[in-house]
Design a protein around this ligand. Structure first.
Ligand code: URP
Ligand code: ZN
Ligand code: ZN
Ligand code: ZN
Length: 471
């Protein structure tokens, strides 16, 4: 099958230019001016559109058990919504359980995704403890299973939280194996103390979720993780950075030459702590960990994206219905399942609030939404770029179209939108995943299950043809 994309403006992390793009099968075969139409099966007109590499969302939680319930969106609804939103690759967090083989969790995650995913996907592996069994399993997980990133939680005491020794050993091992260690950086012990105090004082409303997870707890944990990574001479990626205090720690460590990266999420760029004070229980819709911050932190985050202190945008997609799931915490904010729906809007929100408002450039946008994640997570140059030989994961994006975000029109299963009523400029029109049109003129035309599991290269290694063969 040959497809030709004509009349578009190709935008990569480095260049913007008008050219045609020929796709043969799953990959990009040619880029050039007025490419021949002979033998082409389908011509796609991209007039007025940017031709972007498909978005890469390095942070999703689909079909994930949490707080006595399971996320509303699974690998089918979540990845279809992602495709509508211009994302063609996700990396989801595989949660492990202590004293159980890591492999059990990996197999469980494969089962959740197989036959359902509409776009390509990889897994990060949560590390909750380090012992002989874990150390024995890890090398093959990186080299054979293609899971080259680990996740350590410094918060969620008694649930996911690991201690500093576990984090340090994970960093050390990751250095040896060529994996990137990701941290949820909040001081879980202090948060545990503060939440118990709040409940004792009868403070049960959603806003206390934010007030018991102060910026200092995030800044401290971020700094601690940076120091431990430096001590281990390892590589670190801080997920969902929300505040100036954490940005400062990352920027300082990078200035010292540490191999440290930071991600933020659209919710922290456009929403703020006041949302948790909405009347009644409405604030529960905006319960994320770390929490939404006071408005001035948004400026700090935009500045960090602009100056390169933060380099990626994850969604942290983790959706729970307002009715029937979030309300588990109606009498106690600690029981509100954490997280929100965002996988579909990540790409458009960053474009609209970032590019259209002049905060970031077009090429910076591509780097943030796609290319940098491909490089950090062992997918580049197969993913995250428009180049001959790369997978034809492509988004035709109409920068002039405007629309209003709403639960009435989104494609997630969850019953609310955290961005209800927000007007965005620019929208993905047509999306290709490995050469196949999966969204045509804003209608999903793919088949769930077409998404493939991605075995990723080791940290810092280029994606090689050998690995493509194994996919
Ligand atoms: O509130 C959040 N972020 N929920 C998802 C789990 C996590 O901490 O990333
Ligand atoms: Zn396996
Ligand atoms: Zn987290
Ligand atoms: Zn998360």
């Amino acid at each position: 099958m040959k497809r030709l994309i004509q009349n578009g403006t190709i935008v990569t992390a480095s260049d913007t230019y008008k050219a045609d793009l020929l796709i043969e099968g799953e990959t990009i075969a040619q880029i050039g001016q007025q490419l021949a139409v002979q033998g082409v099966d389908e011509i796609i007109d991209a007039s007025g559109c940017f031709v972007f590499p498909g978005g890469i969302d390095p942070h999703t939680h689909l079909d994930m058990p949490f707080g006595g319930t399971v996320t509303k969106d699974d690998f089918e609804t979540g990845t279809i919504a992602a495709a509508y939103g211009g994302t063609t690759t996700i990396i989801d967090f595989c949660l492990t359980e202590k004293e159980k083989p890591l492999h059990t969790a990996i197999e469980a995650w494969h089962k959740k995704a197989a036959g359902k995913a509409a776009i390509d996907y990889g897994f990060h592996l949560m590390i909750g403890e380090i012992n002989e069994a874990v150390l024995n399993e890890l090398p093959a997980i990186v080299s054979t299973e293609g899971i080259s990133s680990f996740k350590v939680f410094m918060a969620y005491k008694h649930v996911f939280q690991a201690d500093d020794a576990t984090l340090f050993e994970t960093l050390t091992k990751a250095k040896e194996l060529g994996a990137l260690v990701m941290v949820h950086a909040e001081n879980g012990d202090v948060i545990d103390y503060l939440t118990k105090q709040a409940l004792k004082e009868g403070k049960t409303a959603p806003i206390y979720h934010a007030l018991t997870r102060p910026v200092e707890a995030e800044g401290e944990a971020t700094g601690r993780a940076c120091q431990l990574a430096s001590l281990a001479q390892s590589q670190l990626y801080v997920v969902h950075v929300t505040c100036q205090e954490a940005v400062q720690q990352i920027a300082e460590a990078r200035k010292q030459g540490a191999d440290i990266w930071g991600e933020t999420c659209p919710q922290y760029l456009v929403l703020d702590e006041s949302m948790l004070r909405k009347p009644g229980f409405e604030g529960a819709k905006y319960v994320w960990s770390p929490p939404l911050r006071e408005k001035q932190h948004q400026d700090a985050l935009w500045k960090a994206l602009k100056t390169g202190a933060l380099q990626t945008i994850g969604s942290d997609q983790c959706s729970f219905d307002f009715a029937g799931q979030k309300d588990l915490g109606i009498n106690d904010f600690t029981k509100i399942p954490n997280g929100g729906p965002i996988i579909e809007d990540r790409f458009s929100l960053l474009y609209s609030e970032g590019v259209a408002k002049g905060r970031i450039g077009l090429n910076e946008f591509v780097d943030l939404v796609s290319t940098r994640a491909a490089k950090l997570f062992g997918l580049y140059p197969k993913k995250g770029c428009i180049a001959v030989g790369a997978d034809a994961d492509i988004v035709l994006f109409d920068p002039q179209a405007e629309r209003v975000l709403s639960a009435r029109t989104h494609h997630l299963a969850v019953d609310y939108s955290a961005f209800e009523g927000m007007r965005v400029k620019g929208t993905p029109r047509t999306v290709l995943s490995r050469g196949k049109v999966i969204v045509r003129d804003q209608t999903y035309v793919g088949t769930p299950g077409e998404g493939a599991f991605l075995k990723r290269a080791r940290y810092g290694e280029l994606w090689t043809n050998d690995l493509v063969g194994q996919r």
